[in-house]
Write a protein that binds this ligand. Structure first.
Ligand SMILES: C[S@@+](CC[C@H](N)C(=O)[O-])C[C@H]1O[C@@H](n2cnc3c(N)ncnc32)[C@H](O)[C@@H]1O
Length: 398
């Protein structure tokens, strides 16, 4: 999943930043998880991880990664007549041979993915109608063939789940693989804020699910889909890692197509749901998923951040933020000092700066950003802040 502001390249620095403060184990909450890459990393280090985000697409990914203790049982799916017949056929055997099995994946998972890729007949449905070539509004996010494949796989997963053959863990694992597959062939350059006028080469490649990599044996984490400010009040953890959005681009508006795909299985009345889809790119309103951290005007964002760190029930607070963000270094430092009962924030001790390459998306290629003094084009700084909350300021663990 390509996501603005994902921290995949900064994992080592975040780990080191905490290790320097002797934080090496415990419970870890990735409050604004996005791709869940930070939560996943700390899970590998042995932390017991909780992840959270407002987005349904992030929740699906969290369920498929940090919240999965072992490879889900898929024997009932493999025994369905359609999968059994496919796997016994010559095309099925050839498809299986083309389907590599990464670490932790079971033979059944490989069979199911091979069936979804090569055994299932494409069938246009909701996603084709609203987001693919030839659909209503000609929204060219997917080719006609990939739109029909997307719908067929999605609807098959829902049918297996409704029929009892597929449990929740297996469902989210395969839905997450479908979201990744859709993202690889999406006809966009970066985000879903716009589609390209003609199908680019990657969008003409056939939509293909990869067998997900699993990490059995790691402590099982918990996925959440809540507002950050509400969750941090409730959940007592040792470490809260906070990577809020830093500019006015609302995530849900930039990833709305994945968001629709991620929540479509929860929709009971698709016709009514479709009525909420509008405009050139097929947006939906998603009022509950608009973030205070992207609001125009620094005041709202500053208040949300102060409340977040003040309410957080965690001894160790780590904040990631971009120097180009709405909040200033002083906004963050003073909120942390106040939340931890200190008179001022010790920047020399608790704050560091990392060189980072700017994320560019559609339209951005042409956008000219101010080149900051003494920097190369696209070189920006990412900030890390640490603060320790005295235990007396935390509620008792319950
Ligand atoms: C900078 S991104 C996080 C990137 C993440 N660390 C990664 O590596 O992928 C910010 C995330 O915060 C989420 N978000 C924004 N406001 C939120 C809120 N109030 N509560 C929960 N999540 C929120 C967005 O949906 C987005 O996924």
């Amino acid at each position: 999943m390509r996501l603005i502001g994902n921290k995949t390249k900064l994992l080592g620095q975040i780990e080191g930043f905490l290790a320097e403060r002797r934080v090496r184990s415990g419970t870890f909450l990735d409050v604004f998880a996005g791709t869940a890459s930070v939560g996943q990393h700390f899970r590998r280090l042995g932390f017991t991880v909780h992840t959270n985000d407002l987005l349904a697409a992030s929740y699906v990914r969290q369920r498929a990664t940090v919240a999965l203790g072992r490879c889900p049982r898929l024997s009932a799916v493999v025994k369905t007549p359609e999968v059994r017949a496919f796997c016994a056929s010559a095309p099925g055997e050839a498809a299986l041979a083309r389907t590599p099995a990464p670490d932790g994946a079971s033979a059944d998972l490989r069979r199911v993915v091979a069936y979804l890729n090569a055994g299932l007949r494409p069938r246009p449905g909701f996603m084709s109608e609203h987001y693919a070539e030839g659909g209503r509004g000609e929204r060219l996010f997917f080719s006609r063939a990939n739109g029909a494949k997307l719908d067929a796989v999605h609807d098959q997963l829902c049918a297996w789940r409704a029929g009892g053959a597929l449990g929740d863990d297996g469902f989210y694992l395969l839905l997450s693989a479908l979201l990744d597959a859709a993202d690889r062939v999406a006809n966009i350059s970066g985000t879903y804020g716009a589609f390209l006028k003609a199908l680019q080469r990657s969008a003409r490649e056939p939509l293909t699910l990869k067998v997900p990599e699993l990490e059995p044996g790691l402590p099982q984490g918990v996925a959440h889909r809540a507002d950050a400010n509400e969750l941090v009040r409730e959940l007592r953890v040792d470490v809260a890692y906070m990577d809020p959005p830093y500019n006015q681009r609302q995530y849900v508006k930039n990833y709305h197509v994945l968001e629709v795909l991620a929540e479509l299985h929860e929709v009971t009345d698709r016709a009514a749901y479709a009525e909420g889809i509008y405009g050139k790119t097929g947006l939906r309103a998603f009022p509950q998923r608009l973030s205070a951290y992207c609001r125009k005007g620094r005041g709202v964002c500053r208040e949300a951040f102060r409340d977040l760190v003040h309410s957080a029930q965690a001894e160790h607070l780590v904040i990631s933020y971009s120097e180009e963000g709405i909040l200033s270094r002083e906004d963050i430092g003073s909120a942390l000092a106040e939340a931890c009962g200190q008179r001022s924030y010790d920047y020399a001790r608790n704050h560091t700066t990392i060189d980072y390459k700017r994320f560019r998306s559609d339209g951005d290629a042409a956008r000219s950003y101010r080149v900051l003094d003494g920097r190369k084009r696209d070189q920006v700084h990412e900030w890390l802040f640490y603060a320790r909350k005295p235990r007396r300021m935390l509620r008792k663990a319950g």
